[in-house]
Design a protein around this ligand. Structure first.
Ligand code: UDX
Ligand code: UDX
Length: 513
């Protein structure tokens, strides 16, 4: 029988200055934050390590209820393969709960996977990460923990956050020992002992999974990165986490570093990936003017093994919860350390991305005789990429706002995104951008569950997410049901322009004349 957690660390009385009590083998972990990162990551750990009890907690009751729903189609995160992993482990050694305190108390290792949005107020507004949730978690851990804990940063955080977390943990935990009752398996009668002061060590273990391929990425990571302190406790904690991942990741792919290197690697890995997309997107504008084909250029560039073929797909612009936020974080850090040239360099990656989204919307408006007022424009795709229901920072939101500002009537179809989500995204984006709320939303933003219905009578169709199903549609049927000229704007270059031109479409793609 597996004995969960507690027993391994039972009843040891030790001061804050001594070495930590880190069990040789972790048997109980919890994760605070049941989102796109926490949910899939913990599900895979539970599936791969049946001897570890994994509890994922969240303050959002609805989200936890959805994770516990017997209908696996109702999981709050859509990821190919996730439902199968949850089905295998849930109720066995994977649990979803709202009892955050209990999970913290029981766990030997606590992952923090709460969201860290860009600050929307005060110092660092629009740039710095809002660490309020991370701080709240640290305070909660400190206030309820009664034994030593390894705390693992999973959220993407600015450099030196681990230090801040450690400061909170060390200072917010009970400062003086007090009496508490202990029992042990050998002695079930409570004995009164002085409560020990728990000690904490903080690891950085950034997540590199990409949404839509999260499960495959977790199974077969390019690398797992674990940053920790160089002292004995730090090294023991690193080893404990290495041992978990080593159950399915080859040891040579598990990289251990100091904490700050790990934190900075996550920010900059995302900045480098986003930089490649902005580079190819900047080129796409030049290709459209000169007659070069951006896909051909990308292929030619990518065949240079020093460059490589990935992340060179020109698009309507990158989205997602990470790229923009992490680059803005990096920019903020550079400015904070008085490195304005380095800050401007990275900021340009975000500016090109904004330019690309506006450029796409502008092209639609200009092509449709300089106005889309009262015209039906159908947007195919709302998620920030295919195979996810996540819409954070999706290019679709910004393209829609530009078209709505020119009084278009927007019709949207996305295979995984709900009507409520689309409305909320637009409303929140208006607030963020300081725009007036969209009048007559019910009439101006219509969300469909049938793509053919969404496209009927449209003046133009714009593809904003690269869902595979879009390429498989009967485009002849769609053409016949549209207003003429039938305009098609492929923001992801997933359709065959030659064939569609033969069908009769006026097709515009990214980076092709
Ligand atoms: C993650 C990372 O943590 C973030 O830093 C990274 O840049 C993007 O991915 P993600 O899992 O995508 O975030 O966020 P989200 O889906 O919003 O999930 C976070 C969860 O934490 C939410 O369900 C929220 O309810 C929960 N939460 C937040 C808590 O349980 N407690 C809190 O105090 C705050
Ligand atoms: C990213 C990182 O890839 C991942 O390692 C990190 O942990 C989190 O951030 P994610 O945002 O989930 O993952 O997806 P990603 O595949 O990186 O795509 C981000 C955006 O870039 C999407 O909008 C996508 O459509 C766009 N993109 C990607 C392009 O426009 N062109 C490309 O060539 C690749």
């Amino acid at each position: 029988m597996v004995m969960w957690g507690k027993i391994a660390t039972f009843g040891i009385l030790k001061s804050r200055t001594g070495n930590m009590d880190i069990p040789r083998k972790i048997t109980n972990i919890c994760c605070i934050g049941a989102g796109y990162v926490g949910g899939p990551t913990m599900a895979v750990i539970a599936q791969q390590c049946p001897e570890i009890k994994v509890t994922v907690v969240d303050i959002n009751r609805q989200r936890i209820a959805a994770w516990n729903d017997s209908d696996l189609n109702k999981l709050p995160v859509y990821e190919p393969g996730l439902a199968e992993v949850v089905a295998a482990a849930r109720g066995r050694n994977l649990f979803f709960s709202t009892d955050v305190d209990q999970a913290i108390r029981d766990a030997q290792m606590i992952f923090m996977a709460v969201n860290t949005p860009t600050k929307s107020f005060g110092v660092g507004k629009g740039m710095a990460a809002d660490l309020k949730y991370v701080e709240l978690c640290a305070r909660q851990i400190a206030s309820v923990a009664s034994d030593d804990k390894i705390v693992v940063e999973k959220s993407t955080l600015p450099v030196r956050t681990a230090e801040a977390i450690r400061t909170i943990l060390d200072h917010a935990s009970p400062s003086s020992p007090h009496d508490e009752e202990f029992t042990s398996p050998d002695n079930p009668h409570p004995v009164n002992k002085q409560r020990r002061i728990p000690k904490f060590t903080v690891l950085s273990n950034p997540e590199f999974l990409a949404e839509g391929t999260a499960i495959a990425d977790l199974y077969k990571s390019d690398r797992v990165l674990i940053g920790g302190d160089e002292d004995e406790d730090g090294q023991k904690a690193i080893q404990a986490l290495v041992d978990i991942y080593a159950q399915w990741i080859p040891r040579e792919k598990i990289l251990t570093t100091r904490v700050w290197s790990s934190e900075l690697s996550k920010l900059t890995a995302n900045a480098f990936l986003a930089q490649r997309i902005s580079s190819i997107n900047a080129l796409s504008a030049l290709c459209e003017k000169t007659g070069a084909d951006v896909d051909e250029v990308a292929k030619a560039i990518g065949m240079d093994s020093r460059i490589g073929p990935k992340f060179l797909k020109a698009s309507v612009g990158f989205g997602g919860s990470c790229f923009q936020k992490d680059i803005l974080n990096l920019v903020y850090l550079c400015r904070y350390y008085n490195l304005p040239e380095a800050a401007d360099y990275w900021e340009q990656v975000v500016k090109i991305n904004d330019y690309q989204k506006h450029r796409f919307a502008r092209k639609i408006i200009d092509t449709l005789f300089h106005t889309v007022s009262e015209k039906k424009i159908t947007l195919l795709g709302w998620a920030f990429k295919k195979d996810t229901n996540d819409t954070r920072e999706s290019a679709a939101i910004y393209v829609a706002l530009d078209l709505l500002a020119d009084q278009a009537e927007i019709h949207v179809y996305d295979p995984r995104v709900s009507r409520e989500q689309i409305r909320t995204d637009l409303q929140q984006a208006c607030e963020r951008e300081g725009l007036v709320p969209i009048p007559d939303t019910d009439k101006r933003v219509i969300v469909h569950t049938d793509p053919y219905e969404a496209c009927a009578e449209a003046h133009a169709i714009a593809i904003l997410t690269e869902w595979d199903e879009f390429a498989a549609y009967n485009w002849g049927q769609i053409y016949h049901a549209m207003r003429k000229p039938a305009y098609l704007f492929d923001g992801r270059n997933i359709l065959d322009p030659v064939k569609l031109r033969q069908t009769g479409f006026q097709i515009h793609t990214i980076g092709k004349a």
